[in-house]
Design a protein around this ligand. Structure first.
Ligand code: SF4
Length: 325
């Protein structure tokens, strides 16, 4: 049992934060640095579709030091320098490939990019964000072997987004929930640690109803989950939808969202790490859905809410499921 598990068991932690897992395995603060691999997305380049998911705004996920014609080496250098200034006590950095679909494209090109990231001594690992339908066996095998060779963490973040195929279709995701389940199973069978990303509050689904589907989440072979409220990015098809039919959307007030998320947490299996529960996209990118507060302030308020209401992850009935510790 590592220390973060011990904290949860001894009552010190109200829920298992993924950042505590990283801090524990690396012995201090670990900071992600965003990197841009130059990938595209099958839902944008015409393979599956050309319009992309209705809410997609890759610009919002791409920090300034990743934009322009910078090499991967330059991005790593600038990303680490940037985060070192913000967090001088960080002991390690994770390369985080978030925007676009980072296991999609020419596999030799992808391997060349990942070889650079994995060989970088100042990075302790890599977090790869991708779609559930873009996980070729050969690339997974290569990534597993390369990460092991360099002694680096390899973590996947899969965009599951919703349990509902109706919602996935309406958002033009181009995949089903069953495809996500299958992808997570394949990653788990390889022993890879994996997180899933979900958005709460798509039209046709209230954020209440999302949180009611916790048993489906508990049954997935996941190491962590990242959930946040829907935020509408500027200049996206979803923003157009919202302007046309604002009544289709329901944006939670922060306090009401806290209450729903807290009830959900009580039913989340104890072994699952929580990567994130709130969105804080910069206001310049969003039209609606943000609370215009810093993430660390929102998290501190939520932690205080859990304390006040004596809420703890997994305290209520939950479906036991396979967990990767
Ligand atoms: S899969 Fe990701 S990158 Fe592709 S369109 Fe959807 S949100 Fe954007």
């Amino acid at each position: 049992m590592n220390a973060s598990c011990a904290n949860a068991a001894s009552g010190q932690a109200r829920y298992r934060k993924l950042k505590d897992y990283w801090n524990e395995v690396e012995g201090g603060r670990v900071q992600k640095i965003s990197l841009h691999a130059g990938c595209s997305c099958p839902n944008r380049d015409g393979t599956l579709g050309s319009g992309g998911c209705l809410y997609c705004s890759n610009e919002a996920f791409t920090p300034a030091y990743c934009r322009g014609a910078t090499t991967m080496e330059e991005q790593i250098r600038e990303g680490i320098a940037f985060q070192q200034r913000r967090y001088p006590r960080a002991v390690g950095f994770l390369g985080y490939l978030q925007a676009y679909t980072n296991t999609y494209g020419n596999e030799e090109v992808l391997e060349e990019i990942y070889r650079i990231v994995l060989a970088e001594p100042r990075l302790c690992g890599i977090v790869i964000g991708t779609r559930p339908d873009c996980l070729p066996d050969r690339l997974l095998d290569w990534l597993g072997e390369a990460a092991q060779h360099h002694g680096k963490h390899l973590y996947f973040e899969i965009g599951v987004e919703s349990f509902s195929d109706t919602i996935l279709r309406a958002m033009n995701r181009g995949h089903t929930f069953a495809q996500s389940e299958e992808a997570l199973r394949r990653l788990a069978e390889r022993g890879f640690r994996t997180g899933a990303h979900f958005l709460v509050g798509f039209p046709g689904e209230t954020w209440h109803s999302f949180f009611e589907q916790v048993d489906l989440l508990n049954a997935l072979p996941l190491h962590s989950v990242k959930v946040h409220q829907l935020q509408i990015y500027r200049d996206t098809p979803l923003a157009e939808w919202w302007h046309r039919r604002p009544g289709d959307f329901s944006f939670p007030e922060k306090e009401a969202y806290f209450a729903a998320a807290a009830r959900w947490l009580e039913r989340v299996r104890p072994g699952l790490f929580i990567d994130r529960l709130f969105g804080d996209a910069p206001r310049r990118f969003t039209e609606r859905g943000g609370w215009n507060e810093r993430l660390d302030s929102i998290v501190a308020q939520f932690d205080a809410y859990l304390e006040t209401h004596d809420i703890r992850q997994g305290r209520k009935a939950y479906s036991p499921a396979r967990s990767i510790g």
